[in-house]
Design a protein around this ligand. Structure first.
Ligand SMILES: *[C@@H]1O[C@H](CO)[C@@H](O)[C@H](O)[C@H]1NC(C)=O
Ligand SMILES: *[C@@H]1O[C@H](CO)[C@@H](O)[C@H](O)[C@H]1NC(C)=O
Ligand SMILES: *[C@@H]1O[C@H](CO)[C@@H](O)[C@H](O)[C@H]1NC(C)=O
Length: 839
């Protein structure tokens, strides 16, 4: 206890002295360690023991600390832990107190690969017709009423479109009500912010700003291409003045955190992503992992922890609002579900449409996309503030420019209703986004909203969302329900028809989880495959809504599949969640001899609680949250077979008649059709579960409905390949069914066509276990192989070999929790004590 006190004093003193900042990092001379410690040991004691320098606490993350040491190739902290363990095993050291026992997690910091900025340089010519005279008149009236004299206001078509009236953010009547972002601060996490700009300096908020590249207080743009953040900031909060144009929330405050202009580590990014989370309300992030159609990357555990912390504690517990640009990789088949930032349940993913409400070639689709708004394409781009004392640009584009428009709108929403939680803001988006008449895979959801993977719930409408916010009843706190790990461990047929696995959620399971209705779903899965880009994953909900969780990527040659990857979908928003959830994994690239195995999956439903008073706060994620999935003994797999459900369900309607440019709608030739019908008849079963599934392979064959047919030669080859595949499938079906039937001799439901896992036996282990939605890669192998490979070794050995000494960590953590939770400490895993904080 004395140690504990001493250390609290010490840390308070350190905090005060450092002004909440760690000393600047210098990665060319030093290594840095982020360490999560139990509070029983002081960081200084650990530092002394290991010969490290204690730098200070890791800002908002409870019990996390930063240490440094002169550069060295070894991981000093981890190796010391291993050594201690070895000595204990050989009984050279007793089991008594050792400072290293306080280490619950350690991570030597590595320079991160650079994020990509999500801007594109748009073509210049303006193809839109002449301005509509009446619209120009209205625009001038608005400007005069609001006393807007900004010189490029009339060019800011995303605010008031005089050429294609209606194709704008619909904000001017919101401003007329005096709702202009007052009292709200948005933070642009980017490459800097030109706080000297005449258009930004009055709204600039220095206290919410920092530079994590050069470790300075102000986010000064310094590199020759450091104009991205300034442009984004201008869209949000450029002042109403004589410089350039106005931002969507021109009376909001704007801060900047600089991370994109130099080397950073996870530690820096974790600090940046919730920087001053009580004063910064919204974080605008127009960047992410490369949009190259082959990257699959999620935020590291420290960053994930920082985001969850901000969502639970930021804005006085109402939760920080994260807005991420969807990504610009659509032309390379990229999909925002391969990006762990955009597919986080904590971020609002904003894609782009152009001034004609058309899909610009770059904007990525995915089931995690919530909404779209205007950006470059159709011959124009976004007109906003630029780097320089009084400089403007008409060349801001990509999803980079769409995200900040969303941020500006959310600043207006928060002025109208500062008490909204992060989930309320997402609800309001779902309920007020405006679907528009553009071909896409629009489908009606349980809430009677239209959803498209390409456009989310439609385009953001500032007026509609602010009006709805005004008398919005806050949603009850978050609840969640986790399925057990579903062990499939079956080869994925190379012919493309896929393999399905079903988990049935019962009313009782949700009641036990205090779970009323679905908002987000996440699905964490392991698939081994020799070519990742061939895989397609669909999730069909009990309500018949289909999420395209993963789509094929022609350039993704990664010779492994998905390792603990978490996909996300917002397409099931408002569903009850009760019934069969079916996941279908397909290999859509036949004949390339690349094969794979669907190993396992785990479904998580996130939504609103039934009883607010019983709601808990989600434990801050740890790197062990997905470690439970090899518990085969606990979850004996029951392999049965089922007809593959299709994504098309008769009760669903499409907004525009259907989508002529979707490759999936290419009509197969007559012979194929006939063959298809045969297939349907053969496969149809009497079971009610599959009665609605019409097994129309053509709907499911093509991985990605988004790029229009003929976009590129590549795509065409790919589409024709898929058509060939349909034919191949039909041809092979007879053979397949024959073989499949033989394999299922012991199974009475042999009318089913595909192999699934039945979760009946697994149900007792469901509920609110573990934490975290995040997926992380860490092992090369999954599933049973792991067990076989280490058969005969003790658990501890198994864990340490596989995970790098995380076995003892786990033990410690348990002991620690047992010990300290009783004492009322706010330990990481004690969710109970802070549950009441959520308003
Ligand atoms: C890091 O330290 C080296 C050696 O002292 C120095 O040359 C370099 O400028 C420092 N870098 C930073 C970013 O401070
Ligand atoms: C745009 O705002 C006006 C009020 O200014 C409103 O009447 C209209 O419905 C809004 N548009 C949409 C699509 O909601
Ligand atoms: C779920 O599917 C199983 C067969 O796999 C079926 O027995 C069960 O009735 C289905 N449940 C619902 C709610 O449809």
């Amino acid at each position: 206890m004395r140690i504990l006190h001493l250390w609290s004093l010490l840390s308070a003193a350190t905090l005060a002295a450092a002004g909440n900042h760690l000393p600047p990092r210098n990665y060319s001379t030093h290594d840095y360690y982020a360490v999560h410690m139990s509070p029983s040991t002081s960081p200084s004691e650990l530092a002394a023991h290991l010969g490290l320098t204690y730098e200070g606490p890791l800002a908002s993350l409870d019990h996390h600390h930063v240490f440094k040491a002169p550069k060295h190739q070894n991981d000093i902290v981890d190796e010391a832990r291993q050594e201690l363990k070895r000595r204990r095993r050989k009984r050279l050291v007793g089991p008594g107190y050792h400072p290293l026992d306080s280490v619950r997690f350690t991570q030597k910091q590595k320079i991160k690969p650079r994020h990509w900025k999500r801007s594109t340089i748009p073509p210049r010519q303006d193809r839109a017709g002449p301005a509509v005279t009446e619209a120009i008149k209205q625009q001038r009236e608005v400007a005069s009423k609001l006393q807007i004299h900004d010189p490029i206001f009339e060019e800011q078509w995303h605010i008031f479109n005089v050429k294609t009236p209606g194709n704008d953010i619909n904000v001017t009547d919101v401003w007329m009500q005096g709702i202009t972002g007052k009292g709200v601060t948005a933070c642009v996490v980017d490459d800097g912010l030109d706080y000297d700009s005449a258009d930004l300096k009055d709204n600039f908020f220095a206290a919410g700003s920092h530079d994590y590249n050069d470790h300075e207080d102000l986010p000064t743009p310094k590199l020759s291409d450091d104009q991205h953040g300034t442009r984004c900031a201008g869209e949000i909060a450029a002042g109403r003045n004589d410089a350039c144009g106005v931002g969507l929330a021109y009376d909001a405050k704007i801060s900047g955190v600089r991370i994109l202009s130099g080397d950073i580590t996870d530690l820096d990014e974790a600090l940046a992503i919730n920087y001053e989370m009580q004063q910064n309300h919204i974080y605008s992030c127009s960047w992410g992992p490369p949009d190259d159609g082959k990257t699959m990357q999620a935020p590291g555990i420290l960053i994930e922890k920082a985001m969850v912390t901000a969502v639970q504690q930021g804005r006085d517990g109402k939760g920080s609002i994260y807005v991420f640009a969807a990504g610009n990789g659509a032309a390379s088949d990229d999909n925002c579900n391969f990006d762990g930032y955009t597919n986080s349940i904590y971020s609002i993913t904003v894609g782009a449409i152009d001034k004609n409400n058309e899909h610009p070639y770059y904007s990525e689709a995915c089931s995690a996309q919530l909404v779209v708004t205007y950006s470059s394409g159709g011959g124009d781009a976004i007109h906003t503030t630029d780097l320089g004392a009084n400089k403007c640009t008409g060349q801001h584009g990509g999803t980079s420019a769409a995200g900040p428009i969303g941020v500006g709108v959310y600043a207006l929403v928060l002025q109208a209703r500062p008490d909204l939680t992060w989930r309320d803001v997402q609800w309001l988006t779902v309920l007020t986004a405006v679907p528009f008449d553009q071909p896409s895979d629009w489908k009606k959801t349980s809430l009677d909203r239209m959803y498209s993977h390409q456009f989310g719930y439609g385009k953001l409408d500032a007026w509609a969302i602010v009006e709805k916010a005004k008398d919005w009843k806050l949603v009850k706190p978050q609840a969640w329900f986790y399925s057990p790990w579903m062990h499939v461990k079956k080869a994925i047929p190379e012919a493309g028809q896929g393999i399905a696995s079903v988990f049935e959620v019962t009313a009782d399971m949700l009641k036990d989880a205090n779970f009323e209705r679905v908002e987000h779903i996440t699905l964490t899965m392991n698939v081994e495959h020799q070519r990742r880009g061939d895989l397609v994953v669909e999730l069909i909900s009990p309500a018949g809504m289909s999420s395209h969780l993963s789509t094929a990527r022609r350039d993704d040659d990664a010779p492994y599949g998905y390792i603990d990857w978490t996909f996300m979908s917002v397409a099931h928003w408002g569903e009850a969640g009760i019934g069969n959830w079916t996941v279908v994994v397909k290999d859509v690239h036949p004949g390339n001899q690349k094969t794979g195995v669907f190993t396992d999956w785990k479904l998580r439903l996130w939504g609103e609680s039934i009883d607010a008073s019983k709601a808990k706060l989600l434990p801050i994620p740890t790197e062990h949250d997905d470690d439970d999935h090899d518990k085969i003994d606990d979850h004996p797999a029951h392999i049965t077979s089922v007809t593959i459900p299709t994504s098309t369900v008769p009760t669903m309607t499409s907004l525009p008649d259907d989508h002529p440019d979707r490759p999936v709608n290419q009509k197969p030739s007559t012979p194929v059709n006939e063959a298809e019908q045969t297939a349907v008849t053969t496969a149809t079963v009497s079971s009610t579960a599959t009665a609605s599934a019409t097994a129309a392979p053509s709907e499911n064959f093509l991985p990605n409905p988004f790029p229009s047919f003929g976009v590129s030669k590549h795509t065409q080859i790919w589409i024709y390949g898929a058509l060939a595949l349909i034919i191949a499938f039909i041809a092979g079906l007879g053979t397949y069914l024959f073989i499949a039937r033989r394999k299922r001799l012991s199974n009475s439901r042999d009318a089913y066509e595909f192999e699934v896992l039945d979760g009946d036996e697994d149900r007792e282990d469901t509920g609110m276990l573990g934490a975290a939605a995040g997926g992380r890669k860490k092992r090369a192998k999954r599933g049973g192989e792991l067990y076989d490979a280490f058969a005969g070794e003790s658990d501890e050995d198994l864990l340490s070999d596989e995970e790098g000494d995380e076995g003892p960590y786990r033990d410690r953590e348990q002991q620690y929790n047992e010990k300290y939770q009783e004492e009322g400490s706010d330990a990481e895993n004690s969710s109970g004590s802070s549950a009441g904080k959520r308003q």
